[in-house]
Design a protein around this ligand. Structure first.
Ligand code: RAM
Length: 482
């Protein structure tokens, strides 16, 4: 642990803005009855429920199941049927006893929700439970109110939901999702930071997160995929090839947004380290594939081959490093040479001239993830990238994105390739699709072709307020405001 970096991070720990929201509604409930409180919007915070009884004096405790739901469809979802590979511990429900009435029951655990469902498991024949009202003390570190952006009603609606998504994920760190995993992930941080620069402008929170990653890098300097902060700061024991590299553009974006040279200089050696360490995954100038699940992320599609995409992320990150070094007036000659070699090798190895697309892995798989990252890495020029993305769209078998994370990169690639109109259409269709489904916050996964999409073996643990889906607020302000 680098104590100096940790100290910097801890000094930047934000104060949270707290608000109380209340829903009244009286429900008289006997055994097996249930009631739902609807807060009318998504909140992250601590819930208090108010109860009394009707009938004779309570002669037994009330036993209740309380379930917290981020969206309407979760209210009736059978969570007991979830046996996926991510822990059931993430399910947002509790069984509680209430021994005395009247009672204001406070939940110790922080939850992310709009709806609260109360099911009565047991009372007694002598009395019924009276649920009187619900109250949440909400938390966020996003302090300012941001004026909505967007050219029409739909875009403004998308922006509103995106802003809410980001502010709900802004806690003591930029969390990936306040339901799950409630921690700092590098890929998520990068997109949150980008959106933050155009909206809430809590730039010290970005700085804090950069220092949390820097403090927890391993002895060699390798940056972890995510950081835990409780009970104390510590890194996850695994890394993802692309996430570690994305530390570099995250630092460069921070520098561009703030002009904070001291931070850029202090963290520069670590940025360089990510390239050095990533090189070990290469044979010559071509990256080696790997069959460890999650060795490189790109998108949450389990069939996706990551080999070629990983090389594109490397090129993208190295180009950010070169740009940062130039800004800081430091030598970048070796990186310039390396990026030319890696780009040439990628074209020779992965580009299928006949199809006009990049392929990946032994079986020459074609996907959005691979091709989008090559467009972003600007291995070809702008016009050629526009053609590449056109061919990708026409290629029916290409593996499509399943997360807003990958969709972000697709929209960015379209815009960067001069296809602003197409980018805007994708943004409206994809994020607008979630708005039309009644989203208060944007989801971790959204595949309009498969509403049950989940990489976890069941969607009960899916998160419906997920940081990496907040970027419409960035796109609308950066590219589409007149
Ligand atoms: C999910 C997390 C996070 C993402 C990683 C790769 O489990 O929710 O958002 O960055 O996967």
């Amino acid at each position: 642990m680098n104590e100096k970096f940790l100290k910097t991070a801890e000094e930047l720990k934000p104060k949270l803005k707290r608000r109380t929201h209340c829903v009244s509604g009286e429900y008289i409930l006997g055994e097996n009855d249930c009631a739902v409180y609807d807060f009318g919007d998504h909140f992250v915070g601590y819930l208090k429920l108010y109860f009394s009884t009707v009938g004779a004096h309570f002669d037994a405790p009330a036993l209740l199941k309380v379930k917290f739901c981020e969206n309407r469809q979760e209210i009736d979802e059978d969570t007991s049927a979830y046996y996926g590979w991510i822990s059931k511990g993430w399910l947002q429900e509790e069984i509680i006893h209430i021994d005395e009435f009247p009672c204001a029951y406070s939940f110790k655990r922080r939850y992310a929700f709009r709806y609260v469902k109360i099911e009565v498991i047991a009372v007694s024949p002598k009395y019924k439970l009276k649920a009187e009202k619900a109250e949440v003390r909400s938390l966020t570190s996003a302090k300012s109110t941001v004026k909505l952006s967007g050219g029409d009603k739909l875009e403004k609606a998308i922006d509103k939901v995106a802003l809410k998504t980001l502010s709900e994920c802004m806690q003591y760190e930029f969390e990936d999702g306040p339901k799950r995993d409630r921690r700092l992930w590098l890929g998520d941080l990068r997109l949150q930071a980008l959106t933050n620069y155009y909206t809430f402008k809590e730039n010290d929170l970005v700085k804090r997160c950069l220092y949390l990653f820097a403090a927890t890098a391993d002895e060699e300097g390798y940056i972890s995929q995510c950081v835990f902060t409780k009970p104390e700061v510590s890194p996850d024991d695994t890394s993802m090839f692309d996430y570690s590299l994305l530390f570099i553009p995250t630092l460069y974006d921070y520098f561009k947004a703030t002009g904070d040279k001291n931070t850029a200089k202090e963290l520069l050696p670590l940025a360089k380290k990510q390239i050095e360490i990533a090189k070990k995954q290469f044979d010559g100038d071509v990256i080696r594939d790997c069959d460890r699940l999650g060795w490189c992320f790109l998108d949450w599609s389990l069939e996706l081959n990551k080999q070629a995409g990983a090389q594109a992320v490397y090129i993208y990150a190295e180009k950010s490093l070169i740009a940062l070094l130039r800004e800081l007036k430091e030598d970048c000659a070796d990186y310039e040479k390396d990026v030319v070699l890696k780009s040439k090798a990628a074209t020779e190895k992965f580009y299928d001239g006949e199809k006009g697309l990049f392929t990946s892995g032994e079986n020459g798989q074609i996907s959005y993830a691979t091709n989008v990252w090559y467009a972003l890495a600007e291995v070809f020029g702008k016009e050629e990238n526009a053609l590449l993305l056109g061919r990708l769209k026409d290629h029916n078998e290409a593996i499509k994105p399943v997360t807003p994370y990958m969709m972000h990169h697709y929209v960015e690639a379209l815009i960067q390739s001069g296809l602003e109109g197409e980018g805007r259409k994708v943004l409206r269709d994809y994020w607008g699709g979630m708005v039309n489904e009644g989203a208060d916050t944007f989801f971790e996964l959204y595949n309009p072709e498969n509403p049950d999409e989940s990489p976890y073996g069941g969607k009960a643990v899916n998160s419906y307020c997920h940081a990496w889906s907040c970027t419409p607020s960035y796109f609308l302000r950066k590219y589409y405001e007149k």
